[in-house]
Design a protein around this ligand. Structure first.
Ligand code: CP
Length: 331
């Protein structure tokens, strides 16, 4: 694997390998080991054309824990604002001997364009492109779910899948790269995926996705999911005319205090509540739900560092465990 561009083309073997390596990486930082020398002398560039808190910081922490040098490039304040193209920006990074480029871009397909080009030799990691994919977010979500599943089932051995698990993804699926990456990855790992959201925020063609779609959140919750993943309502990607009433959205699609209590009433003691962040508290998720013992939101952030360490390590160490995501094929 030379690049990590999507989960759609990631095999179960590759995904499980990454999750197993992430388990090993989680020891770094959690225990006395603060750093591994694995990527000493290598350079990781964080190339962010869109805002980020969690992804950018955790890639930086991950690279530093592997002893790599890190260059942070944020489009705001760079020569991109003077009209510099992705090609010229990439070639500038190449001249600085980047070994890996972690790219977030508003255009779906920008990371694949970079990976397929001859502008750079570096490994390319998609840190979120438009409404297309956010593969490391899905991998950290799967890592979090696998740990939760292991706690319930008592099976934490390497290679364990998510077979038997039911995951409900709720909200603005239309604009969500997190939803797309999770649908592909979770189903590859054997989980059953349910989607719930308003018809206006479901993508055309969602009926062909490997999941069941609900247009009533309470009917979806009645399916007794093991995890409920709330999505951020992405106002910045919506025409104001299509932005739903926040009160109506919260009532119909928010994980509010009533739905939090419903999990207890239904005896769903082991059901967790997830959110990739950043959250609109009081809109798609209530403060009580976000801060409840069921919430995995901070665990997801913590696990993101281990998962990104695993991704950087596997790509830069030349691990050739799998044959998917060929370096010459746009994903
Ligand atoms: N989940 C996520 O991608 O968060 P950031 O936008 O803060 O990176």
């Amino acid at each position: 694997m030379k690049h990590l561009l999507s989960t759609r083309d990631l095999s179960a073997a590759s995904a499980l390998r990454l999750l197993d390596v992430a388990e090993e990486m989680s020891a770094v930082g959690e225990r006395e080991i603060k750093k591994l020398p694995a990527l000493r002398g290598r350079t990781v560039v964080n190339l962010f054309f869109e805002d980020s808190t969690r992804t950018r910081i955790s890639f930086e922490a991950a690279a530093k824990r592997l002893s790599a040098d890190v260059i942070n490039f944020v489009a705001k304040g760079s020569s991109v604002s003077k009209g510099e193209s992705l090609k010229d920006t990439a070639q500038t990074l190449e001249a600085m001997s980047a070994d890996a480029v972690v790219i977030r871009h508003p255009a779906s397909g920008a990371p694949a364009r970079l990976a397929a080009s001859d502008w750079i030799d570096a490994a390319v990691i998609n840190a979120g492109d438009g409404t297309h994919e956010h593969p490391t977010q899905a991998l950290l979500d799967a890592f979090t779910l696998r740990r939760h599943w292991a706690r319930i089932g008592g099976n934490a051995s390497p290679g364990t899948t998510l077979a038997g698990m039911k995951v409900l993804i709720v909200g603005d699926v239309l604009h969500s790269r997190v939803a797309r990456s999770n649908v592909w990855l979770l189903t590859t790992l054997g989980a059953e995926v349910l989607l719930a959201g308003p018809p206006t925020l479901m993508p055309v063609g969602v009926g062909a996705w490997p999941c069941t779609v609900f247009y009533d959140l309470d009917v979806a919750i009645a399916q007794r999911p093991d995890a409920v993943m709330m999505l951020r309502l992405q106002a910045e990607r919506m025409n104001a005319a299509f932005f739903p009433s926040t009160r109506e959205y919260s009532r119909r699609w928010g994980f509010d205090d009533g739905r939090l209590a419903l999990l207890d009433i239904m005896g769903l003691d082991d059901t967790v509540i997830m959110h990739p962040g950043p959250m609109n508290r009081g809109l798609e998720i209530s403060a009580a739900a976000a801060d409840s013992p069921r919430s995995t939101i901070l665990a997801q952030v913590r696990n993101g560092v281990s998962v990104r360490m695993a991704a950087l390590y596997l790509l830069l160490s030349g691990d050739t465990h799998d044959d998917d995501q060929h370096d010459d094929e746009p994903q």
